[in-house]
Design a protein. Structure first.
Length: 337
């Protein structure tokens, strides 16, 4: 029986011009950055637009300037990625150097794209609009609507561009179904990473599920008093991402069920661990920031859940990377044969 070998698509010519759809997505991704960047630049310059009187943000001016400057750089990276994914030179960019920022962008944007609409839906259905004990002022409500809407548009546009780019450059790696993959695509290294990530995931998954269900284990008195519908939605979402990350990575490694499409499994095994790992890393960094008020410090068990998320996401992402590396090696060997 003759086996068909799918080789990567040739690189586009130097004069290659992206399609109208890709140019539109690129423009949308860049324009969606403007509200967030504009607010951050205004805050760095000293403006208090969108920040109510008495906000905790006004208590740490220097830290606010540093944090806002860093996030402006992060949004500039979105613009760079949008250009890279639509230019001919982007096809020659080192794969690992592109994968790292795209993985982080996926992980930071995916929870917002799912969590914010879910919060709005729960508020609409239950009428629970911040019914918990009010906390300290932070930002005006309109800021969240503007910023999160921009993030959602960024995620949709940048995600679509990455899917198109990845299909053109690496689509040959995820054709067919799981049962058709050679055994070498999930070697001992990938299996070990999948098992390790699954074991580490038990703690954060259990904590997120408990907190989503209403338990107060490990939470500070301040956090318990301030819980509302948004809190429970986010904890349920975090539990869901951990569950999907573990399940889909294991399916990818085990190559079962055999009829499941590789591209579907791989897409979810990329997105869910990114959401778990990137947000776990971000929240871990936030929890480590100095805080003089003991009531505002993040409790140890909550910090442990963040660290568990981060380690879980990184281990499962490394498993997916090993899968893709093995797939590339096997394809090249088949092509050489």
């Amino acid at each position: 029986m003759t086996q068909t070998v799918h080789l990567p698509a040739p690189a586009p010519a130097a004069g290659h011009r992206p399609s109208a759809a890709r140019r539109a997505l690129r423009a949308l991704a860049i324009l969606a950055c403007l509200p967030y960047v504009s607010l951050k630049v205004a805050w760095v310059a000293g403006s208090e637009i969108g920040i109510p009187a008495g906000s905790v943000l006004l208590e740490h001016r220097r830290m606010m300037v540093i944090a806002n400057s860093a996030t402006v750089v992060a949004d500039v990276l979105v613009v760079v990625l949008a250009l890279l994914l639509t230019q001919a030179w982007g096809r020659r960019f080192p794969a690992w150097l592109l994968a790292l920022p795209m993985w982080a962008a996926t992980g930071l944007l995916a929870p917002i794209m799912t969590g914010y609409p879910a919060q709005l839906a729960v508020r609409l259905l239950t009428g629970d609009d911040k019914a918990a004990a009010p906390g300290e002022p932070f930002l005006d409500d309109w800021v969240f609507g503007v910023v999160y809407s921009g993030f959602i548009l960024q995620g949709l546009a940048l995600g679509s561009l990455f899917v198109l780019y990845a299909r053109d450059r690496w689509g040959h790696l995820w054709q067919g179904r799981l049962g058709e993959l050679p055994a070498g695509t999930s070697g001992p290294g990938a299996r070990a990473l999948a098992v390790a990530g699954s074991v580490v995931a038990l703690l954060p998954a259990a904590l997120h599920l408990l907190w989503a269900a209403g338990a107060t284990t490990g939470l500070s008195a301040r956090r318990i008093a301030e819980r509302d519908a948004d809190f429970h939605v986010l904890e349920a979402e975090r539990f869901g991402f951990v569950l999907v990350a573990v399940a889909l990575t294991l399916l990818l490694v085990l190559r079962r069920p055999a009829r499941l499409r590789v591209r579907t499994t791989l897409a979810l095994a990329w997105t869910a661990p990114a959401a778990v790992g990137a947000w776990g890393a971000y929240m871990s960094l936030v929890a480590l920031l100095p805080e003089s008020d003991p009531t505002k410090r993040v409790p140890g068990l909550v910090q442990l859940s963040y660290a568990g998320d981060m380690i879980t996401g990184f281990l499962l992402a490394a498993c997916v990377a090993a899968f893709l590396r093995n797939s590339t090696v096997l394809r090249r060997r088949s092509a050489g044969a």
